[in-house]
Design a binder for this molecule. Structure first.
Ligand SMILES: [Zn+2]
Length: 435
C-alpha cells in the first residue's frame, strides 16, 4: 500500500479553494447510451404522414452496423454483438467476425485497486483575466488549470493509452450489500483511469475572471458552455471539462470505456452548473423554477452521455473536522437543493479532500450517516501516489490526484513526483501563468 501517511496533509492541500465550496451529487451508474445520432428512431417517420410508404420500421443495415461499430469502438463488444443479433448479410457477418476478434484480444484489467484518478476544477479560459494580480489570482494559480493545459493533458493521456472508466466499472455493491470489484475488459496495453471535476457551480466569486459562466444545452440538445469574453460578448462552445471531454470522446471513442466520461462534484450554496438554484441562498431569485428546470435538463443530458454526479457537500464543509450536527445539517441542505436536480447518487467527493477517517477502515456516526444517505463511493485527495484505493465491506474509497498549479510546482521541485506517469508537466504548463 502506498504512502498512506501523506494522505491527510495532501488532502488538505488539494481542494482548499479559499473562496468557496463545491457540492456534488453523483448519480448511479448511468445507463450506457448511444450517441443520440446513432440511436435508431422510427418515431419521426411514423408521426410524419408524408413519410415514404415503403419506410420500414426495421432498422436498416447501415444503421445497425454503425451502432455496432460505435459500441465496439468503445469496448462494448457484448453490446455490439447484441445489436447485430438477427441481422444478416455479408457486411454484418464481417462485422460480427471483426468484433469477436477484437473481443478475443481483450484482457481483464489486472488490479482495480491500482486505478488512478485525476481531478480538475473549472478551467481558466482567459488567463489574462484570471491572473490579473487581484486578490483571487493566487487561488486560481494554485487550484486551477487553464483550458490550454487541460487540452494538452487529455491529448497526452490518450496518447499514453489511458481509457476513461466510471466508478461503476471499477466496483459495485453485490446483492448482499458487499462492495466487489468489477471486471474491466480492455485490449492489452490500455490503462483505465478516472477523471473528475469539482465545484462545477461557476461560483459568484469567479464572475468576470475569465471562466465559463454555465453549462446549457445547445439547439441540438448537446451540453455546451456559456462564456462571456473580456469584451462582454456571450459565446457558446466547449470551454470547460464536460463539453471538452464530450468532444474528445466523440472524436476518439476508444478514449472511453463503454461511454464513461467522469464524475462531476457539486456543492449547493451557489446553486449548480451555473444556475442559482439554492432556495435558501437566493430566496429572491424570480427565475428559480425555470433555473431548476434548466439545470435538471442539463444534468439529465450529462447522465445520458456518460457523466456521473457526486456530492461535494452543500457548503463545501470539512467533513472530517465538522461536528456531526453540522454535517447533518449540510447533508439535509444538499438533499433538499441539489439531489432533486441531479438525481440520486452513490458518490461523495470530500471538500478540501478532508476525509472522515485516516487510513483505517470506515466506521462510526459520520460514515453511517453518509451510507444511510446512499453514498458508497468516497474520494479524498493524495497527490503523492499514482493510485490508492480501499475497499471496505460496504464502500470503496479512492484517492485522487489534484491537477493544478500546486501539483505542477511540486512536480517541478521533484517532490514525490507522480504526474510523469500521465504527462510531462514542462510540456503542459501554460506560458500564460505569471512567473
Ligand atoms: Zn471543492
Amino acid at each position: 500500500m502506498p504512502k498512506r501517511k501523506y494522505l491527510a496533509a495532501a488532502v488538505i492541500a488539494a481542494c482548499s479553494l479559499v473562496f468557496s465550496g463545491c457540492s456534488a451529487t453523483g448519480s448511479p451508474a448511468p445507463e450506457r447510451s448511444l450517441p443520440i445520432s446513432l440511436q435508431t428512431s422510427t418515431d419521426a417517420s411514423a408521426a410524419d404522414p408524408s413519410a415514404a410508404p415503403e419506410e420500414s420500421t426495421a432498422p436498416d443495415e447501415t444503421q445497425v452496423l454503425a451502432q455496432a461499430n460505435a459500441l465496439a469502438g468503445s469496448y462494448d463488444y457484448v453490446g455490439a454483438l447484441k445489436v447485430l443479433e438477427g441481422a444478416s448479410g455479408e457486411k454484418v457477418e464481417t462485422a460480427r467476425e471483426d468484433i469477436k476478434a477484437d473481443q478475443a484480444k481483450t484482457v481483464v484489467w489486472e488490479d482495480n485497486s491500482k486505478i488512478s484518478h485525476l481531478f480538475f476544477h473549472s478551467l481558466v479560459v482567459d488567463p489574462k483575466r484570471a491572473f490579473d494580480g487581484d486578490d483571487r489570482q493566487q487561488g486560481y494559480l494554485d487550484y486551477m488549470v487553464t483550458m490550454d493545459e487541460f487540452n494538452k493533458i487529455i491529448a497526452e493521456l490518450y496518447a499514453r493509452d489511458f481509457v476513461l472508466v466510471n466508478p461503476a466499472d471499477i466496483a459495485g455493491l453485490d446483492r448482499n450489500g458487499k462492495m466487489v470489484y468489477q471486471k474491466i475488459h480492455l485490449p492489452k496495453g490500455k490503462t483505465p483511469i478516472v477523471l473528475s471535476e469539482d465545484d462545477v457551480s461557476y461560483y459568484e466569486y469567479m464572475d468576470g475572471d475569465g471562466f465559463p459562466s454555465k453549462l446549457l444545452l445547445d439547439e441540438n440538445g448537446k451540453v455546451t458552455n456559456q462564456y462571456i469574453d473580456a469584451k462582454g460578448k456571450t459565446m457558446l462552445g466547449s470551454y470547460d471539462m464536460v463539453p471538452l471531454i464530450d468532444d474528445f470522446v466523440e472524436k476518439h471513442p476508444d478514449f472511453s470505456y463503454r461511454g464513461a466520461k467522469g464524475i462531476i462534484a457539486l456543492t449547493g450554496y451557489n446553486g449548480v452548473l451555473g444556475y442559482r438554484t439554492s432556495k435558501s441562498q437566493y430566496p429572491d431569485n424570480k427565475n428559480m423554477a425555470k433555473d431548476i428546470a434548466t439545470a435538471t435538463e442539463v444534468a439529465d443530458a450529462m447522465k445520458n452521455t456518460g457523466w456521473v454526479f457526486a456530492s461535494h457537500a452543500w457548503g463545501h464543509i470539512d467533513m472530517g473536522k465538522s461536528p456531526v450536527a453540522r454535517v447533518k445539517n449540510d447533508m439535509k441542505l444538499w438533499d433538499d437543493e441539489v439531489r432533486p436536480i441531479i438525481g440520486d447518487t452513490d458518490q461523495f467527493i470530500y471538500p478540501f479532500g478532508a476525509d472522515i477517517a485516516r487510513v483505517e477502515k470506515y466506521s462510526g456516526t459520520k460514515y453511517e450517516m453518509l451510507k444511510k444517505d446512499g453514498f458508497d463511493f468516497f474520494y479524498g485527495v493524495d497527490g503523492t501516489t499514482t493510485a490508492w484505493m480501499q475497499k471496505g465491506d460496504g464502500y470503496l474509497r479512492q484517492a485522487r490526484i489534484n491537477l493544478d498549479g500546486l501539483q505542477f510546482a511540486k512536480e517541478k521541485r521533484g517532490d514525490r513526483p507522480v504526474l510523469k506517469t500521465f504527462f510531462d508537466v514542462k510540456k503542459v504548463i501554460d506560458p500564460a501563468r505569471p512567473k
